[in-house]
Design a binder for this molecule. Structure first.
Ligand SMILES: [Zn+2]
Length: 280
């Protein structure tokens, strides 16, 4: 897909699995189970899909997947599978290596979004994208350093400490246009200061939905993950985003949907629904 001068590509970095109940909050399994088959441990398959935005000068990556640093025990818990897809192989399809990435925009610092930004060499954490500026919201960075008891399991300090230590962290204070035609929209329901990335040339627009709408099934407003720290705000966040997406004919790109990369939406009666499925 092309928007303005940018070429956009889906970068699959692997698969993992989370508890289906946790992904859909108060929605009964009788309903979500029909959309997302679960394994014997109630886990459902999730994509780790980054977005590559490139022109002749900049190679921008949105989110980095879960990476390769988790312990054997955690790899088993999260059912990590990087045999079919991994970051390096996906970048290679477009003639790129990790050192070619100029900018990394992180929606937020949960381990499945920032984990791929560093890797282990022996016991030392190294930057996967040594030449890239890494963008995070300031409010989110502060939260991630001192998370609540409820969400501290979603952050691994070492994941982003290295970015800071190497002088590659760029903290954004609210709305920002990172590059021409690329700006960020802030949402606070899932965590404090999550930023979604919007690429628009005034005619075509794509939004990287991060954890505001992780799967297409979350287009249904009450489908809110239990991971969200403020579920009511999450519903309001989603409604704001879906209204703008309907009005502007935006493409919504999904980080975690195991099947669908992107869609356009419409509102029929009072419900938001998929108008068109899109593959980048
Ligand atoms: Zn998250």
């Amino acid at each position: 897909m092309k928007i303005g001068k940018y070429e956009l590509h889906s970068i699959e970095t692997g698969r993992f699995a989370l508890d289906g109940g946790a992904m859909f909050g108060i929605v009964p399994k009788e309903l979500w189970g029909k959309l997302h088959p679960s394994d014997g441990q109630n886990r459902i398959e999730m994509a780790l899909r980054s977005l590559l935005i490139m022109d002749d000068k900049r190679k921008i990556l949105v989110d980095t997947g879960i990476g390769t640093k988790l312990s054997k025990k955690n790899q088993k818990i999260y059912k990590i599978d990087q045999t079919k897809h991994n970051l390096e192989a996906s970048l290679e399809k477009y003639g790129l290596e990790t050192k070619d990435i100029t900018d990394v925009i992180l929606t937020h610092l949960h381990l499945d979004h920032v984990g791929g930004a560093t890797y282990l060499e022996g016991k030392k954490h190294k930057l996967t994208f040594p030449n890239a500026a890494h963008y995070v919201q300031k409010t989110h960075h502060e939260w991630a350093i001192k998370p609540s008891e409820r969400d501290k399991g979603s952050f691994i300090r070492e994941d982003f400490k290295t970015i800071e230590g190497e002088g590659k962290l760029r903290l954004l204070d609210g709305y920002a246009m990172i590059l021409p035609n690329i700006d960020v929209i802030i949402y606070d329901g899932h965590t404090i200061g999550q930023q979604l990335i919007k690429i628009s040339d005034g005619i075509n627009t794509l939004v990287y939905c991060g954890d505001v709408i992780p799967f297409t099934s979350h287009i249904n407003l009450p489908y809110i993950a239990s991971y969200d720290i403020s579920p009511i705000t999450s519903i309001e966040d989603k409604e704001k985003l879906l209204t703008r997406a309907c009005n502007g004919d935006w493409v919504l790109f999904f980080e975690h949907d195991p099947v669908t990369e992107a869609v356009k939406v419409e509102k029929i009666k009072k419900e938001y629904t998929i108008k068109e499925t899109i593959s980048l």
